[in-house]
Design a protein around this ligand. Structure first.
Ligand code: GRF
Length: 204
């Protein structure tokens, strides 16, 4: 049997995307497993959930480990010790620095709750509502040294309704995020994602 891909999830909060990726990994035909969850926030709900699932879960403190390369060096140590192939950022509220980027070039992905390049950064759903767009959605992309600027892997659109609030729109987008993220991870481990400049070609 083919070896399954080894995933680490980095998160700072609720962790619903982590849970979706994890639940998908439990399907019999899944081609990856979640090996470890790491958080910069010791109180992250996602970290607690990971422990409930019996997964390895670590808090790494950016306050205690300074500068950033020391903090990321510690994360890297954990990733290497667990032989991690792919890092999934899932609500990880920090900009990834050079230490992780160079060690995991092309193997580090993120999900964003808007159709990039529109509305990067914080509160993508609110930005979309405030702007008045009729369609928003979510994006899974490779991570580079910008904020939500890396090559786009998958996107899913979500219609904005007349009576949407930030909360209702966020909920509908989140539902799509949960599917899209696992889909992207699966494609990654099928070796079907080829980065060509800004474009990610999905091989058939
Ligand atoms: C999601 O909306 C994700 O797109 C964004 O942060 C949120 C994290 O939610 N990057 P959760 O922690 O996965 O529930």
């Amino acid at each position: 049997m083919k070896k399954k891909g080894r995933v680490a999830v980095l998160l700072s909060g609720r962790g619903s995307n982590f849970e979706a990726i994890y639940q998908n990994s439990l399907k019999p035909d899944a081609n990856y497993e979640v090996i470890v969850v790491i958080s910069d926030n010791k109180d992250a709900r996602g970290l607690e959930r990971a422990r409930e699932f019996g997964l390895k879960a670590f808090h790494v403190s950016p306050k205690k480990l300074k500068p950033k390369k020391v903090y990321e060096g510690k994360i890297l140590e954990i990733l290497k010790a667990h032989d991690v192939d792919l890092i999934c950022l899932a609500g990880y509220m920090r900009i990834v620095g050079e230490t992780l980027l160079s060690a995991y070039a092309g193997r580090l992905i993120n999900i964003h709750p808007a159709l990039l390049p529109s509305f990067p950064g914080l509160h993508g759903q609110k930005q979309a509502l405030d702007y008045g767009v009729k369609v928003s959605g979510c994006t899974v992309h490779f991570v580079d040294n910008g904020v939500d600027t890396g090559p786009i892997i998958l996107q899913k659109s979500v219609d904005v309704k007349e009576d949407d609030s930030e909360e209702t729109l966020s909920q509908r987008i989140l539902k799509q995020e949960h599917q899209l993220y696992s889909q992207a991870v699966t494609l990654f481990f099928e070796n079907r994602l080829q980065i060509q400049g800004r474009r990610v070609i999905i091989l058939s």
